[in-house]
Design a protein around this ligand. Sequence first.
Ligand SMILES: NC(=O)c1ccc[n+]([C@@H]2O[C@H](COP(=O)([O-])OP(=O)(O)OC[C@H]3O[C@@H](n4cnc5c(N)ncnc54)[C@H](O)[C@@H]3O)[C@@H](O)[C@H]2O)c1
Length: 295
Amino acid sequence: MRILFTGGSGKAGRHVVAYLLEQGHRVLNVDRVPLDLAGVDNRIADITDAGQMYDVMHSLAGLDELEPGTGVPSFDAVVHFAAVPRILITSDNECYRVNTMGTYNVIDAAVKSGIRKVIFASSETTYGVCFADGERKPEYLPIDEDHPTTPEDSYALSKVCNEVTARGFQARFGVDIYGLRINNVIEPHEYAQDFPGYMADPGVRRRNIFAYIDARDLGQMVECCLHTDGLGYEVFNVSNDDHSVGLSSAELIERYYQGVPVKGEIGAAETFYANAKAKRMLGYQPAHSWRDVLG
Ligand SMILES: NC(=O)c1ccc[n+]([C@@H]2O[C@H](COP(=O)([O-])OP(=O)(O)OC[C@H]3O[C@@H](n4cnc5c(N)ncnc54)[C@H](O)[C@@H]3O)[C@@H](O)[C@H]2O)c1
């Protein structure tokens, strides 16, 4: 497929772009800074500028595409990751502005350019636990996509707003728009670097509901979305199968989630950030775990 990818130069995007290239896709990266990766062309552009987003949707993905002499081909899909990726980087209102206007502009330009598939990065923070003032427990475990999304912070609010925006464009244009409620993204080198600390002090993972998502498995998730057509608007939790700490589910519940209702059976090492919907509807099957590195 010919894919326009926003935010491909970032922490998550560069792994997902690499994964998509390995699957044989053509990728044009749209970002404020270039990604230095063989096989990827960059277009420096700002997602908050609607004109620039309309332009890039009709862009060549590289000089080689001039050769056939048949004009600019269409993109088959847009994957939208560009954002201010958490609170406390910019001012709160700037985070909200960039993320909401940027996402509106990207989806608007994509669907009005006839692109029939948009995949966008939402976030675990929509459930309100991650950036709560003090401790906020989930309303139930495991957290699935039906859990209320009532956050207090500007970043998570921007992601909830983006989900509403995406749902509206899907209703108006009838295209496929899938939102990914991504958990904490872990790059391969971060297992050896950070996870021993998580074993020693599991409480540092409470705000992530003790979950994580390997950056390569996030790539697989995007690939699953590219291959699955006809779902309309859907959101999916994206996580790995196990906790990011060495405690069992029973130990975590005893220590951190007393009084929180538990729905169904949870395996001893099974994530509290349910990925069953992605498995069922998309065939997602995460392949990595910190246990492969740390034993
Ligand atoms: N990293 C995580 O743990 C995590 C978890 C949940 C969701 N997400 C979401 O995943 C996406 C990627 O996150 P990340 O961790 O790779 O963030 P990142 O900051 O590393 O990458 C974001 C990229 O977007 C680009 N960008 C920012 N503003 C832009 C603008 N106005 N115009 C064009 N490009 C712009 C940046 O240059 C950067 O390359 C984001 O939407 C983020 O909210 C990330």
